[in-house]
Design a protein around this ligand. Sequence first.
Ligand SMILES: Cc1cc2nc3c(=O)[nH]c(=O)nc-3n(C[C@H](O)[C@H](O)[C@H](O)COP(=O)(O)O)c2cc1C
Length: 338
Amino acid sequence: MKHKLFEPYTVKDVTLKNRIVMSPMCMYSSDNQDGYAQPFHLTHYESRSAGQVGLIITEATAVLPEGRISHEDLGIWSDEHIEGLQKINEGIHRHGAKAGIQLAHAGRKANLRDEIFAPSAEAFSASMKVPTEMTNEDIQRTVEAFREGTRRSKEAGFDVIELHAAHGYLINQFLSPLTNKRDDEYGGTRENRYRFLREAIEAVKHEWNGPLFVRISGEEYHEDGNTMDDFIYFAREMKSQGVDLIDVSSGGVVPAAIDPYPGYQVTYSEQIKQGAGIDTGAVGLITSGNQAEEILQNERADLIFLARALLRNPYWPKEAADELGYSLEGPRQYTRAW
Ligand SMILES: Cc1cc2nc3c(=O)[nH]c(=O)nc-3n(C[C@H](O)[C@H](O)[C@H](O)COP(=O)(O)O)c2cc1C
């Protein structure tokens, strides 16, 4: 049997040794509330690389301090953040994994003491702050922060950049009619709602010609939200701008009860992959080697993103390889157990 999960994947000048991706996961561990990487981050990311994950994408990393989800988020809003991120990269690269960074801005979902910003002045929920509606100047400053975040990511040695346009955070707030109530050129039609992401991608490309991924929510769980037709439109636009892969998640735009089941988001990945002719990543309750292999072999996605399964077991790739009967190379030091 072919083992697609363990086939390399090349995107631009970067080759991942397999299709297993560590999905971005906030660790809320910048304990001094300054966005700096801590010893925990180094151990956390390096151990998944020793576990033979192909690509490790760091948690949502804030391009501006007001774009943090919490005060403990990782940050990349100043040059001083580069050194810690460089150390994370060294650890990831030591065992042959590639490193990605998720550049993020929380918008109205920032749970912070200070003023927060969003496309429209509507709170996410009754317990969250009402954001300030962004002026044109705020928008330009934020797009510029994505450019600066990209420059710093490059200096820190990342191989892949992922823009966080999912889960109801800032970029998603521009994309969705549920959260974008603007009547200027950034709101209204889907062409206009896409404008902020278009500008953010152009800002990234100003500094970066390496692999570029974008994470979106491919279902908003609300009848007035974006439809699959809208997501395919956005995906085609991204493709024409040079985005390499869409990482397809769902939800988080407005409060909604989601009843997840194994592979519950894979269908969105499949529809976007087929509809827009762009590579995709699937994520969400993917837990076994067989399940991952099925998704890849049936061309429902090109990469498999895993979050909680990798929190439970940094050696998930070994478990999946055993299940699929594949002989996975491990760290030299662990040969006697492998
Ligand atoms: C602790 C934790 C933190 C997360 N933080 C992020 C994040 O920073 N960015 C993001 O796009 N998704 C985040 N997610 C979502 C995961 O990347 C993933 O999409 C989700 O957990 C579903 O995958 P799973 O079933 O493999 O866990 C987080 C999930 C968990 C469990």
